[in-house]
Design a protein around this ligand. Structure first.
Ligand code: ATP
Ligand code: MG
Length: 140
């Protein structure tokens, strides 16, 4: 699956606002195949571990608080050129800068509550997928 896999999280506010179905539909319609899927929630400690690369940044505390504030959906997605294509589909980190028709433009509330996460590299996609899924939970 190398190079063809990415990992996503539908973040707490998007779940709360009942956008999960619409977001998963967009993901499928963009040609991504769901290889693993989980409805779950994470503690502050787990959120801090997941976003460890941002530790010390001014927005870190808010990010951790938000990501542990309610249920999330995590998924492993497969498609050619998955990382780049998925980041194109979700749009810019700040929804104000996200292009029309992107997931963040349509469903984000703010820079923190920006609806979805998308991996930024093949290596991180693998690390993030391993953080949430064991081998039995992934359809090969
Ligand atoms: P994600 O990793 O969630 O897919 P991203 O890759 O677009 O988002 P990152 O730079 O990895 O952006 O930042 C992780 C998250 O931290 C962002 O989704 C956003 O919620 C938050 N964040 C990043 N930069 C800022 C900032 N300058 N101010 C507030 N929040 C920020
Ligand atoms: Mg990121």
């Amino acid at each position: 699956m190398a190079g063809n896999m990415t990992f996503t999280i539908i973040k707490p506010t998007a779940i709360k606002n009942n956008y999960a179905g619409a977001i998963l539909k967009m993901i499928n319609e963009a040609g991504f195949v769901i290889k693993a899927l989980k409805f779950t929630r994470i503690s502050k400690t787990q959120a801090a571990a997941f976003y460890a690369v941002h530790e010390g940044k001014p927005f870190f505390k808010n990010l951790i608080k938000f990501m542990s504030s309610g249920p999330i959906i995590t998924a492993i997605l497969e498609k050619e050129n998955a990382i780049e294509d998925f980041r194109e589909l979700i749009g810019a980190t700040n929804p104000e800068n996200a292009k029309e028709g992107t997931v963040r433009k349509l469903f984000a509330c703010s820079m923190t509550e920006n609806a979805v996460h998308g991996s930024d590299s093949d290596e991180n996609a693998q690390i993030e997928a391993d953080f949430f899924f064991n081998r039995l939970e992934i359809y090969y």
